[in-house]
Ligand binder design. Sequence first.
Ligand code: TXA
Ligand code: MG
Length: 314
Amino acid sequence: MTKITSPTESAIEAAAKAINKGQLVSFGTETVYGLGGDGRNPEAVAKIFAAKGRPLFNPLISHIAGAEAAFALGSKTAIAEKLAAKFWPGAMTLVLDKTPNNPLCDLTTAGLNSVALRVPSQRQALIFLTAANCPIAAPSANRSGRISPTRAAHVWDELGGCKDLAFILDMGAATGGLESTVIDARGEKPIILRAGAVTADMIITATGVEIGHHQGGGIISPGQTTSHYAPSKPMLLNRCQASSDDIWIGFGDIGRNSILNLSPAGDIIEAAANFYDMLRRADAMEGAHIAIAPIPDEGIGIAINDRLRRAAAR
Ligand code: TXA
Ligand code: MG
């Protein structure tokens, strides 16, 4: 039975024990809610894939409480060191080569020679990671392909009652609202695998190096398949008006009088924080399509537009 609880000291303790027993715990972070299990334990990680209906070839991010613990799992590079110093704890995931004797199980890394690592900044998430005292593999706590959860109630809607999910730690609404920036930091140049709050400009400033690109085609980050983050209604992007059959999500002055507006003030950071919650609410309303106002393609708006293209693809 899933227990939804505020992250008191005793609840965090009980949740950490559940992780150590191989059960699953959903916890809030500053980006989205994660569905966590002990990243070293193949049975626990198998429960994550089963609960989400996630394809096994899509590797998970391992969460740890600090950079030192991260570099025990992934080999430090000059780029990684600079990025970690600047953006951890925070909304950044680094892909690094697996260290020798790495304790993460093959299911966590989908059998790759690389690992994805993140130190979140959410205070109670860090306390939880410290209490569990192991790397916690955690994808977003939604069913595969669906809208990511930014509140405990969203997790309940997606996975509540799942027999392997022992706790949902209610850390309140996620302040960031979009998944972390995933950066391949193995080479001479940082490569962005997934856009997020840490933007290309920020990465260039922190490293003093330009952004690289992978040679050739093929999917480097297996989660970057096109259709993702999808509501059940079809999406219409960049709409400056909407038909009365459609649910219109506004931004700033565009759609000022519609029921849903990502940020009436036109604040892109507020828009990111509201994004998944409003998609979810729009999906539950009566209407043929979800129409969404144009979002400026700057800062975290780049990541919002990335998610919108994937939500619209089918
Ligand atoms: O903000 C976030 O990153 C959230 C919170 C819970 O931390 N987590 C999250 O996890 O979004 P998930 O599993 O939904 O996304 C992980 C992404 C996927 O696109 C996956 O393919 C990529 O990271 N990834 C994981 N390991 C990788 C690897 N070794 N090489 C390349 N990409 C990897
Ligand atoms: Mg996800």
